[in-house]
Design a protein around this ligand. Sequence first.
Ligand SMILES: [Zn+2]
Length: 368
Amino acid sequence: MCDLIRRPSVTPDDAGCQEVLARRLAQLGFVNETMQFNDVTNLWSRRGDASPLLCFAGHTDVVPPGDEQLWNSAPFEPTLKDGCIYGRGSADMKSGLAAMIVAIERFVAAHPEHDGSIAMLITSDEEGRARDGTLKVVERLTERGERIDWCVLGEPSSESALGDIVRIGRRGSLSGILTVRGVQGHVAYPQLADNPIRRFAPVLDELHRIEWDQGNDYFPPTSFQVVDVRAGIGAPNVTPGELTARFNFRYSTEWTHETLKARVERVFESHEIDYELNWHLSGEPFLTQPGRLIDAVSTAVAERTGRNPELSTGGGTSDGRFISPAGVDVVELGPVNASIHKVDEHVRADDVLELTRMYQRIIELLLL
Ligand SMILES: [Zn+2]
């Protein structure tokens, strides 16, 4: 793990992390395959040809450390203090990667003739644009008919104690990028102008009043948020000729991006407004149904912590959105996320050891 943190793999640079993992996996009989897409390095590594295939997935890239002066220890120098390991990527998610590798090593040593196959899918493009990473690897696997049955993502899912939360899905994220056209004019002669702010205000009001859904058993209600609105040209006596805005939906499985777009466009069409609306889909919502994977993960957590984990779909998006659509059960289990993306990112050293045992137990429950 320290070897990984020492490599400044600021997204999308892998900085040699995947080589460290690949070397250890090769010693266990894994076949390594580097998949390079543009400037992104990905690793697909597999042991065995049989199904079912259990895949551990994660990323080696990290977010930039920011102003290094603000850190109490150098961000790329792993530092042990008060039982915690500090360093950029320690929680998100190099400890997860280290725990996976050691769990796999222990499992294979004890059960070299295990059922099915084990794989690792590692990208260095999760914290950035996420275009040439997991998405492309899964595309390639699908093209050649290679099917993952279960996937454990090592993203930091835990909130206050290791294993208190595992993620079994994520909300979808859809953004609208809007331009409203009007006619610029003198503020004193509104009859000669057409103010796009006045046109947009009732539409915005209506969008805010809509109860999109009430959520469901696994998802919180869909939320609509306006991120940005701009118009004026900076002069107090001029009404603007154009307004631009950006809004975002975090949505449940009650919607698809198509039904959500259609609903919003119906609102716009019911008003007198000259507009152009473009959409950006970051990810459809996904949900893993109860089954062997969720059972195995819950059991492994309960055995180590004495508590059943909360099964949640909260938080932002993750690479699970690219893996799940291929018909894969995906669950995220990783360390506490309180310090991720922050100065002095850290993870409890004990938690890394416990996480390793949980991962090993998951493999035992699925492949023995
Ligand atoms: Zn992450």
